[in-house]
Design a protein around this ligand. Structure first.
Ligand code: THU
Length: 163
C-alpha cells in the first residue's frame, strides 16, 4: 500500500486592500455583479468576474428558476459567457463574491462541484491555470492558484474512449 498526500497552497488575506491591485479590481467587479443576481428562491446572491488574457473582464451572477435545477451558478454564467464571447482566449483568473453567512463565521464560499468541474475543463483546454479569488467586501479573502487545486483526482476527457 502506498499513501499519497495531496495538498495545495491556500492564501488567506485579511482584507480586500491586502490583495494585488489586479485582484482587488476583479473582486470588486464580482461584488458589483453580485447585486444583479436573480436569486429569489435561495436569497443567496453570488457574483463572479472572469479575467481574460486579453484584459477583458466578463461577469456573471447566479440565475435561479422556479424549477430549481434549471438555474445556474454565477461562476458558470461568467465562464460560459467568456467562452462564447472570446473563444480561444485563455482565462487567467476568476473572482467570486458571496455575502458571509450567519452560520459559517466569515469564511468565503467556495465554488460548488459542478462549477469546479466546468472551470477545470477550461484550464485543461487552455493548458494554463485559472487562479481563484473568493471573498466579499469584508472578512478574509481566499486565493489559490489553480481551480484544479480544489478538484483533485479530476475526471476529464482523457478517461473517455476516442470517438
Ligand atoms: N451558487 C453559485 O452561484 N455558485 C456556487 O458556487 C454555489 C451556489 C448559487 C446557486 C443558487 O442560485 C444559490 O447559490 C444557492 O445555492
Amino acid at each position: 500500500m502506498k499513501k499519497k498526500k495531496i495538498a495545495f497552497d491556500l492564501l488567506i488575506f485579511d482584507t480586500l486592500s491586502d490583495l494585488s491591485q489586479n485582484d482587488q479590481k476583479l473582486l470588486k467587479d464580482a461584488i458589483t455583479a453580485r447585486s444583479d443576481a436573480y436569486a429569489p428562491y435561495s436569497n443567496f446572491k453570488v457574483g463572479a468576474a472572469v479575467l481574460l488574457e486579453n484584459g477583458e473582464v466578463v461577469i456573471g451572477n447566479n440565475q435561479e428558476n422556479a424549477s430549481y435545477p434549471s438555474g445556474l451558478c454565477a461562476e458558470r454564467v461568467a465562464v460560459f459567457q467568456a467562452g462564447a464571447r472570446y473563444p480561444g482566449v485563455p482565462i487567467t483568473a476568476i473572482a467570486i463574491s458571496t455575502l458571509p453567512s450567519l452560520k459559517v463565521d466569515a469564511i468565503p464560499a467556495a465554488p460548488c462541484g459542478n462549477c469546479r468541474q466546468s472551470i477545470v475543463e477550461y484550464e485543461q483546454r487552455q493548458q494554463s491555470p485559472i487562479s481563484l479569488i473568493m471573498g466579499s467586501e469584508k472578512g478574509p479573502i481566499y486565493k489559490c492558484s489553480s481551480m484544479g487545486d480544489i478538484l483533485p483526482l479530476v475526471f476529464d476527457g482523457s478517461f473517455l474512449n476516442d470517438s
